[in-house]
Design a protein around this ligand. Sequence first.
Ligand code: G3P
Ligand code: CA
Length: 245
Amino acid sequence: MSDSVLVIGHRGAAGLTPENTKLAFLKALDLGADAIEFDVQLTKDNVCIVFHDESLDRTTDGKGFVADTTWEVISRLDAGRWFAESFRGIEVPRLEEILKTLGGRTTLNIEFKPDKGREERLVRHVITAVARFDLWESVLFSSFDMPSIELLRRLVPKARIGVLCVPHKLADALALAEKVGAETIHPHVGMVDSDFVQDAHRRGWKVWAWTANEPGEIELLKALGVDGIFSDYPDRVVNPRKRRS
Ligand code: G3P
Ligand code: CA
């Protein structure tokens, strides 16, 4: 069994802190995560924010779609209180703010979540930001939107790419990973078995599985030989011998 699996804080440490916030990312690092995963999308006025849902409703005190709301409005929302009263006052971060704070400190997995019609704009925006902070070596990109990944590859031959994989689109994902020269493949945990891992390794891809939170599931993934595990509770994945006291 591997005890050197890469620990990827999913949306930071989303099980313990409000997801996709600076606090969640710092918490994940504090718990021993080796990498941080987060989602990016554009506001109505093309500001790139770190945010998962299309809608503001679940994780802020705002309402409506991100794509229909300006940064001026989103910047005033509370992104912590929905999680617990003690997190009141936490803000939605902009991509640049996170790159400035965490860039170079850890591996960052940036997942494009484009709204329809602005796929290219989002990819170009993120590329510009990553170039500005010169983070090509420590950023790995992924997206469920396959054309965004193909565009990224055309624009940045050196970009590190992870290809997301869901059961009903497995063949497409494998073809994309071949086409763009992926470094990693990111299957949903339910897809992972030893054949999957062996096949990916034979093709030269590391396997990062998402999202495992239960100890039994985490142990199984380690036993299957995956290379990375996304978790909302990164501390549950960290090898106990490596845990910080
Ligand atoms: O990148 C793995 C995982 O984050 C994909 O699903 O919905 O949590 O963005 P989701
Ligand atoms: Ca994600």
